[in-house]
Design a protein around this ligand. Sequence first.
Ligand code: IMP
Length: 202
Amino acid sequence: MRRFSDKTLVVATHNAGKLTEIAALLKPYGIKVVSAGELGLDEPEETEDNFAGNARIKAHYAARESGLPALSDDSGISVDALGGAPGVYTADWAETPNGRDFAMAMEKVWEKLEALNAPEPRTATFNSTLCLAWPDGHEELFVGKVDGRLVWPMRGDRGFGYDPMFLPNGEVETFGEMDPDKKHGMSHRADAFRKLVDACFD
Ligand code: IMP
């Protein structure tokens, strides 16, 4: 396992919600964080059909282009009654000609569950795969998850993406209602981060 010994880390994302969370998770380590967007890097196409494959594409692209170590997150929500969908296509379900619409995407998920008459609880898992890649092509991968169930109507306007319909197990607030610090302590990304930090950061 390679340790991270640089001063600056590129966060290989153009997603503002993810960037905020990753910057908050990295704060205690005194690392300077710059985003792929700030460096003017393009978004590579995510052509793999699994989280690890797409995380690798994003991190290696940013590391190669910037000459700095880069950290990517590929994540999504897998709904059991939908056979794991939307999964790696979580962001795609929100695409519209005018950008991403997550209220519409959440409605789509709920409508599909209703059409199937899926039994309650409608269980789901948020997954996060982190890839830390170096410009010489070395990489480390870490996988995190959090289990819960979907609720409707959506609740809360904090967080991002599918947060308002996800109720983590043992909680009364959805990720959309929860204090961000609490979400950052228990999310799929936090789970993957703990593994990353144990393995690579001092
Ligand atoms: P990608 O990793 O860029 O392919 O996109 C993953 C998508 O999953 C995001 O656009 C969000 O919609 C969703 N997602 C990932 N993590 C979270 C989260 O913590 N809360 C809500 N939605 C998330």
